[in-house]
Design a protein around this ligand. Structure first.
Ligand SMILES: Nc1ncnc2c1ncn2[C@@H]1O[C@H](COP(=O)(O)OP(=O)(O)OP(=O)(O)O)[C@@H](O)[C@H]1O
Ligand SMILES: [Mg+2]
Length: 218
């Protein structure tokens, strides 16, 4: 089982979009996947409600859970991947999600203000001694802002996922329909993008496991 929290106190950075896109990828690869929607806004729950009866993503379970004690109990679920989609600023909720997680992913948009706003989340993850990775979202190729943000992220103590998430309409179009680019626009750019991101995240998670083993045996 892997429990992963998608977090950033800054709103609208892509926490829900990435949560659901990764959930779909792992589900379609044959893993059992549960999404814990810790955000009272309920975007992941909304996504689930949009799904048509014969959706290929019907098997993904989505639970609305806000109480810290219930979030901490999510490891009792039987699933290969449990993804926690968190609200921006509800500290007890996010703290509980961090606590129960094996790894933390911070999506961030390409701007200095956004990077600065993400530091509180980064510090909360570091305090809990969890593996943390940034992923740059809404990246526009060859933009000065995108390149500057990449450089700035490299100066943090977190890992930076080697693939960026590009700005594609297929993300909101598919998520709004209870799907993801992988199922609604297969083979298109956003679907290729999320596959590459998923592979990079898989590699990072394996590295996290290896580092944990080293720490346990040391
Ligand atoms: N790579 C992308 N390309 C295009 N649109 C995107 C991308 N990532 C996110 N969006 C859009 O940006 C908006 C915010 O994304 P999302 O809801 O995933 O962020 P969030 O961090 O979960 O927000 P909140 O803090 O409100 O929960 C949504 O309309 C989403 O469709
Ligand atoms: Mg959200």
């Amino acid at each position: 089982m892997r429990v992963i929290t998608l977090m950033n106190q800054k709103g609208g950075v892509g926490k829900t979009t990435l949560t659901l896109s990764l959930a779909a990828r792992w589900h379609l690869a044959g893993f059992s996947v549960a999404v814990i929607d810790c955000d009272p806004q309920g975007s992941s729950v909304y996504w689930k409600k949009q799904q048509v009866e014969n959706s290929p993503l019907k098997g993904i379970k989505v639970y609305a859970v806000n109480l810290p004690s219930e979030i901490r109990a999510c490891r009792n679920l039987e699933a290969d991947y449990i993804l926690l989609d968190t609200p921006g600023t509800d500290k007890p909720t996010v703290r509980a999600a961090i606590h129960v997680s094996d790894a933390l992913i911070i999506p961030v948009q390409p701007s200095a203000i956004d990077i600065d706003a993400s530091y509180a989340s980064l510090e909360a993850g570091l305090d809990a001694d969890k593996p943390i990775a940034y992923i740059l979202n809404r990246y526009v190729q060859q933009s000065v802002l995108g390149e500057d943000t990449k450089k700035a992220l490299k100066t943090t103590p977190a890992t930076v996922i080697g693939k960026v998430m590009n700005q594609y309409q297929d993300f909101p179009r598919s998520i709004g329909a209870g799907e993801t680019p992988t199922t609604m626009f297969p083979g298109q750019k956003a679907a290729q993008n999320i596959e590459a991101i998923g592979q990079a995240i898989d590699e990072w998670l394996i590295q996290c496991d290896q580092q944990k083993e080293v720490r346990i045996t040391a």
